[in-house]
Design a protein around this ligand. Sequence first.
Ligand SMILES: Cc1ncc(COP(=O)(O)O)c(C=O)c1O
Length: 388
Amino acid sequence: MDTQKIRSETPGTKTSIHLNNAGSALMPQPVYDAIVEHLDLEMQIGGYEAHARAMPAFERTYDAIAEMINCHRDEVALVENATMGWLMAFHGFNWKAGDRILTAEAEYASNVISYLQLAKNKGVLIDVVPSDANGQIDVTKLEEMVTPDVKLISISHIPTNGGLINPAEAVGKIAKKHDIPYLLDACQSVGQIPIDVEKIGCDMLSATGRKYLRAPRGTGFLYVRKSFMEQLEPPFLDLHSAEWTGANSYKMRDDARRFENWENNVAAVIGLGVAVDYYMNVGMTDASTRLRALADKAREALSNIPGITVQDIGAEKGGMVTFSHERLTAEEIKSALASKQINVSTSSIGSTRFDMERRQLPTLVRASFHYYNDEDELNSFIAAINNL
Ligand SMILES: Cc1ncc(COP(=O)(O)O)c(C=O)c1O
């Protein structure tokens, strides 16, 4: 990987050490250029006219995502964030009282809030599969918990609060064996590790643009397997996702665009497509290997600093490193680092309550590495923590 070239195409690396890639990563220059170019065109000739002229670039985003995750372009919906994609799939089921949802301990707050909302309003039951000794979803227990009432297996691939990579493929095998729909929240994993929906065996997958894909904010996508699409009626339809066929009738689109709505930030969608192409050109496996190696080194160095406890769990760990300090709060550490132009974030119980409660964790510092980070940045970060 040509790190120098990549860094020279990432202007943000000149002014800060950005270790908040799980929050929102630094855009590469070509992504920014594509967005600004389209906004210019909108300013010059009008939004609809600009969209018509930029149609190949806009449509390329569907193809790029399909190539990246190994699906067909008709299985991709472009939405404004991961949450919206996830919600459109989740609320597309015809939920009934007594239906069960199996999820994992590291599940993301917004998803759990939706489960709770359905539990309250429809009498759906939520079962949290315990974690194994490594901290990942226990797939043996998952299978033991399967009953005819289980309507959905829904987990976060990589949670918001650390290095854990859940065994998405092993979960997919169980879902397939028992013919249970499988929704994977891949918000943190797309761009961080290679994703292949065929290998994983998920029926639905949601992701965001601004994190490991390095796309602009306000972008995301939903994948829905073609053979599964008919089982879902999105909660919100409009004249783009469906056709008004008669005074008393409508017909949903056959493709995944039934999960979209008409109005779109075209410049941002184009930016998302350029970001996905950029990532594929860097090399999905190389990118992942590099960012995970940086994170491994960070974990090792942090664990040698007195007073620091690295809090990452999982048999497989990714690029997100979390830790606590015996004396300082996560917020204090974040501010101290910010004063040195080092960006990290914090992760609190409000995002992953099941997991944080079980492990009795305080709010953690989260340093998330990307492939464009380098060893000098890693060393500066560790030195700053050492000097706290
Ligand atoms: C695991 C996980 N799922 C979903 C989301 C929500 O993503 P978005 O803000 O793009 O809707 C996040 C955001 O941090 C996340 O970490």
